[in-house]
Design a protein around this ligand. Structure first.
Ligand code: ATP
Length: 195
């Protein structure tokens, strides 16, 4: 399952969990692999210096973002360290899931090789204006910041063309569980037709 920032992925994922479906979040994966005690964090602090850690031993994400934002080479170094670890964590979670199917929730499914990990794709879709409105309201962030994140993601029409299914999330929240239940039934049918 994918969708741009503020499209409603987390909200939709929660509705699927209510139906007993396991969901795996790629944003969570990128946080997990750099938790204290994980080998990646040791490598990061050896590479960037201990200042990259907060007093409590957690990664100072803001400081790291700052460094890689202005230095493509460091960004490359970090990505080549984290990418395989994130992929491994995701694959483990997907493999361990005990539900008829499992949802991989990723804002960058089509932008990365994560799409290779799934059998079918669902786009949580809203018009860009609504995406901006909801993301700004949720995070209290300026429109420009949300817009720059949207600009770094694949355009909506390309995602719409690539997705196997589209969940329209411009509709009111009250109707979401019903629409998720319909999609859930479709996905169960898909499993039965392919097994
Ligand atoms: P991100 O990629 O930034 O993590 P997301 O795709 O997970 O975002 P959500 O956090 O689920 O998006 O939704 C963004 C905001 O929009 C939240 O405040 C959520 O409560 C709200 N929202 C989600 N779906 C709807 C809806 N159908 N109607 C109204 N508000 C909604």
């Amino acid at each position: 399952m994918t969708g741009g920032i503020g499209s409603g992925k987390s909200t939709v994922a929660e509705a699927f969990r209510q139906l007993g479906i396991v969901t795996v979040d790629t944003d969570q994966a990128s946080r997990k692999v750099v938790e204290p005690g994980m080998p990646a964090l040791t490598e990061i602090s050896a590479h960037f210096g201990a200042d990259i850690l907060q007093a409590d031993g957690n990664l100072d994400r803001a400081a790291l973002r700052q460094i890689i934002f202005s230095d493509p080479q460091q960004k490359q170094w970090l990505e080549s360290l984290l990418h395989p670890l994130i992929r491994k964590w995701i694959a483990q979670q997907l493999g361990a899931a005990q539900s008829p199917y499992v949802i991989l929730e990723s804002p960058l499914l089509f932008e990365t090789d994560q799409v290779q990990l799934v059998d079918t794709t669902v786009l949580v879709d809203v018009p860009v204006e609504l995406q901006i409105k909801r993301a700004c309201a949720r995070d209290n962030n300026p429109v420009e910041q949300i817009q720059s994140i949207i600009d770094a993601q694949l355009p909506r029409d390309i995602k719409r063309a690539r997705a196997d299914r589209i969940l329209d999330n411009s509709l009111p929240l009250e109707t979401l569980s019903e629409r998720v239940a319909t999609l859930h039934r479709e996905l169960l049918k898909l499993i039965h037709s392919t097994n």
